[in-house]
Design a protein around this ligand. Structure first.
Ligand code: PLP
Length: 395
């Protein structure tokens, strides 16, 4: 375990933050749903110990333990719990902590399925929710009621990478005895550690930077022991279990997390600066740019600014559609934080249900692109985007 006064650096923790009792450097994959007990008393102990890692894989698994040990130390929490997807982490943590009659404060902008949890699912079970503009700390404070149990945060958030002031809101929550959860997916623990800023529970879609190779879906919940046991208990009921194979792939991905994220930070910042002065780009949103309205906050709570850049192409839906079709290196696909650059035309996701007018009304600009910058050489990415931008304009 990490000594608080003698902490290892993050790069070292990724390699040595887990401890195994096996002889191999790389752990075996315990591809087993269940585990044998030596005798009757050992069985009784396995069955009655919370979070036992060798009882039944929905309850725990030795590979999960190794990955969780690293993730807890990265986020500075006592413990971590793995789930089968980021949404499994978010829904399990939230459902473990709220009951009918409780109130939750969340942001107007969250990952789409998280918004659905707060907008549609919780109200069905008698939990009321107030959604507040995340950049307005006073409005979040003002939304607190006597029965507020939880404040849910996500920073940076899509689509234009707005930030939430984590330490300011953690202070307000603590004064009111309210728990806080932060979705730290877009930042990664390399760039931002919400628990060190006072947030109680940190969740991630480990599908993104933590796995990092676009091959698994996974989630993680980082918190103290007491909350960890409570959330684990709900987890055994909801059953968002990560397969031992995918936990092993997550561990393999984690070994290189810091080098990947550092290079991604460099590439994305360079690309954002380049896009900002490109004649065929209307606007660029990236927390690392001095033009970002919350750049000062970004510098205060983040040590790097991550993969995701949002930008608007000169023109409308048609030109933007042409542009994304012409891009060759960045793959036209959702997700973020992995080794490959990915990009999506944001409005295209809604084109089945809304026309251009309706999208404008819903604040989805027709010329908006979200890109997750990967590990390709920056000059190759620039050349490719430049060619695609020129081809996108009417001849
Ligand atoms: C992807 C994502 C999720 C959901 O994670 P899954 O692994 O796809 O379930 C939640 N929050 C954020 C910010 C995400 O980017």
């Amino acid at each position: 375990m990490r000594e608080p006064n003698n902490p290892l650096h993050l790069d070292t923790l990724l390699l040595h933050g887990d401890v195994g009792d096996d002889v191999s450097i790389v752990p075996p994959i315990y591809y087993s749903a269940t585990f044998r007990a030596e005798d009757a008393s050992a069985f009784a102990e396995m069955a009655n110990t919370p979070r036992h890692s060798r009882y039944y894989t929905r309850y725990g698994n030795p590979v999960h333990d190794r990955v969780a040990a690293i993730l807890a130390q990265l986020e500075g929490t006592d413990t971590a719990l793995l789930t089968g997807a980021g949404m499994g982490a978010i829904s399990t943590a939230v459902l473990a902590l709220v009951s009918a009659g409780d109130h939750v404060v969340a942001q107007t902008r969250h990952y789409m399925s998280t918004t659905k949890l707060f907008d549609e699912v919780l109200p069905r079970f008698g939990v009321t929710v107030t959604l507040v503009e995340q950049t307005n700390v006073e409005a979040i404070a003002a939304a607190i009621q006597d029965n507020t149990r939880l404040i849910m945060l996500e920073t940076p958030a899509n689509p234009t990478l707005q930030l939430t002031d984590l330490s300011a809101i953690a202070d307000i929550a603590k004064q009111n005895g309210i728990l806080t959860i932060a979705d730290n997916t877009l930042a990664s623990p390399v760039n931002q550690q919400p628990h060190h800023l006072g947030i109680d529970i940190v969740v991630h879609s480990a599908t993104k930077y933590l796995g990092g190779h676009h091959d698994i879906t996974a989630g993680v919940i980082c918190c103290n022991h007491e909350l960890g046991e409570k959330i684990w208990s709900m987890h055994t009921t909801l059953g968002s279990v990560l397969s031992p194979m995918d936990a092993w792939l997550l561990l393999r991905g984690l070994r290189t997390l810091s080098v990947r994220v550092e290079r991604i930070n460099q590439n994305a910042l360079a690309l954002a600066n380049w896009l900002a002065v490109h004649p065929l780009i209307e606007s660029v949103y990236y927390p690392g740019l001095t033009s970002h309205p919350q750049h000062e906050l970004a510098k205060r709570q983040m040590s790097g600014f991550g993969a995701v850049i949002a930008f608007a192409v000169k023109g409308g839906y048609q030109e933007t559609s042409q542009f994304v079709s012409n891009v060759k290196l960045a793959t036209h696909a959702v997700s973020l934080g992995g080794v490959d650059s990915l990009l999506v035309h944001t409005a295209a996701m809604w084109s089945g249900t809304m026309n251009e007018e309706q999208m404008k009304a819903a604040n989805i600009p027709p010329n908006f692109v979200r890109m997750s910058v990967g590990l390709e050489h920056i000059q190759d990415l620039q050349a490719d985007l430049d060619r695609a931008l020129r081809l996108s304009q009417p001849q």
